[in-house]
Design a protein around this ligand. Structure first.
Ligand code: CTP
Length: 426
């Protein structure tokens, strides 16, 4: 979704930089317009570097599209935005909005946009409490403008009282609320693994699998847009991680294990959607292997990262696995849930041709020891949200499986698998 941030000329303009970052962390596409006075406090360059778009400061500048000489079309920009948020909103900009003046880009855009408008006032307490300002705010409220009330506290002018702009995270929450986006994962740190791993056979070949990473990346985007901080540990994938999502790239199962264990302590929730190799070659050939008839490879099991993460969990940390099954999906999934000691497992029927690997859609069953929730076919992005809904529901204190997951599951932990031989015929 697209948000226009309007910055007017007050000392709190520097906090608009943090607001832009906060909105971007929630996967919003952000552009900025500044009043001329605002450019005295913060350089437009700061915002253009952050957003990748030219910052609009005048009705008479060239277009934001660098390839065009046409003046910026304020009507098009006004139509572009799903929401306009003005932070800081000075007494002057509130007065100009209230009176319908349209003498610069921001005021013109305010009149031209059909999108919801939010203002975060910031000014000296006497100016805030002045009857003129209060009347203007009231007028704006009556016209549907949402006001993120200023805080009381020490002001830049040295006075103490109401007028300090609300914190950027608070304004970002109000923006998400106005956009109808839930912010229920704020404060959570979610470690998500995605895509498949690769185990080298020689310098040019590897054992891999068909996982594209789409499900894990969709989960990362959904979690981030609901306010979580996401750490994405990804195997090789052609996908772009969501902007501002901290991404750790790995190749092998062992690298994924090391990356996950190194970051586990930070996480409140771990979601293991990666398709991790179960076996790796016992030896990796230093030179490219030559063709010489049938070939027998000796493989050894990799560590089960999910089971290890579940063993090392901190109190309250939720562990959610994935299971790819081709038959008896619920039964197999529940057995895996017990074996690995996770709180829940998302079971995919990978035998279905219409969904799964590389598809944009998926269907799954969200399994705990006491429930099996059917999540019918939908886009992976939507499914990401549904899975997160179910994970959030696990936080309810009466959840049975949180109780199950410690002592009882301890005894059911998976035994290491024996070495297995495989034949690779080129
Ligand atoms: N997993 C893991 N480490 C491994 C193998 C799997 O962490 N070495 C995790 C996956 O990320 C997933 C879950 O375990 O969350 C189940 O993966 P799956 O491949 O379905 O299960 P396996 O343990 O491989 O069991 P099996 O091959 O017997 O079905």
């Amino acid at each position: 979704m697209k948000v226009m941030v309007g910055v007017s000329g007050g000392i709190a303009a520097y906090k608009a930089v943090e607001l832009v970052r906060a909105l971007q962390r929630h996967a919003l596409d952000v552009r900025v317009t500044m009043t001329r006075a605002a450019t005295r406090f913060v350089q437009p360059l700061t915002f253009s570097a952050l957003t990748g778009h030219r910052v609009m400061t005048s009705l008479w500048e060239a277009s934001a599209d660098a390839s065009s000489d046409a003046p910026i079309d304020h009507i098009a920009e006004a139509q572009w935005a799903d929401l306009l948020v003005v932070a800081p909103a000075t007494a002057d900009i509130l007065a100009r909005f209230a009176h319908g003046l349209a003498d610069d880009f921001l005021t013109t855009m305010y009149l031209a946009t059909p999108a919801p408008v939010l203002v975060a006032p910031a000014m000296n307490s006497v100016m805030w409490e002045h009857a003129a300002t209060q009347a203007n705010v009231e007028t704006l409220r009556q016209r549907g403008v949402r006001v993120v009330e200023p805080d009381a506290g020490q002001l830049a002018c040295g006075m103490v009282g109401p007028g300090r702009m609300a914190e950027p995270e608070q304004i970002a929450s109000a923006v998400l609320g106005a956009l109808g986006r839930s912010h229920d994962l704020a404060g959570e740190v979610i470690l998500i693994t995605a895509a498949g791993t690769r185990e080298a056979l020689d310098p040019v070949r590897f054992l891999g699998n068909r996982s594209s990473g789409k499900m894990g990346y969709a989960l990362a985007e959904a979690a981030q847009s609901r306010g979580a901080r996401v750490i994405l540990v990804s195997g090789p994938s052609s996908l772009h991680p969501p902007i501002h999502c901290e991404t750790v790239r790995v190749t092998t199962a062992e690298e994924m294990r090391q990356a996950v264990l190194a970051r586990q302590a930070e996480a409140t929730i771990v979601i293991k959607s990666a398709a991790v190799a179960d076996y790796r070659p016992v030896a990796v050939a230093a030179q490219k292997m030559r063709r010489s008839g049938p070939l027998t490879l000796e493989l050894q099991p990799t560590e089960d990262i999910l089971a290890e993460v579940a063993r090392r969990r901190a109190p309250g940390q939720l562990i959610v696995g994935f299971a790819a099954e081709t038959e008896d999906t619920v039964q197999q999934g529940r057995a895996k849930l017990l074996r690995k000691g996770a709180d829940a497992i998302v079971v995919n029927d990978v035998g279905r041709e219409d969904i799964g690997f590389d598809s944009d859609d998926n269907a799954a069953t969200f399994l705990t020891m006491s429930t099996a929730i059917d999540l019918p076919r939908m886009s992976k992005r939507k499914l990401g949200d549904r899975i997160l809904d179910e994970i959030v529901a696990l936080r309810r204190p009466q959840s049975l499986l949180v109780e199950m997951s410690s002592a009882e599951m301890e005894s059911l932990r998976e035994q290491p698998a024996p070495p297995r031989k495989a034949i690779l015929i080129e």
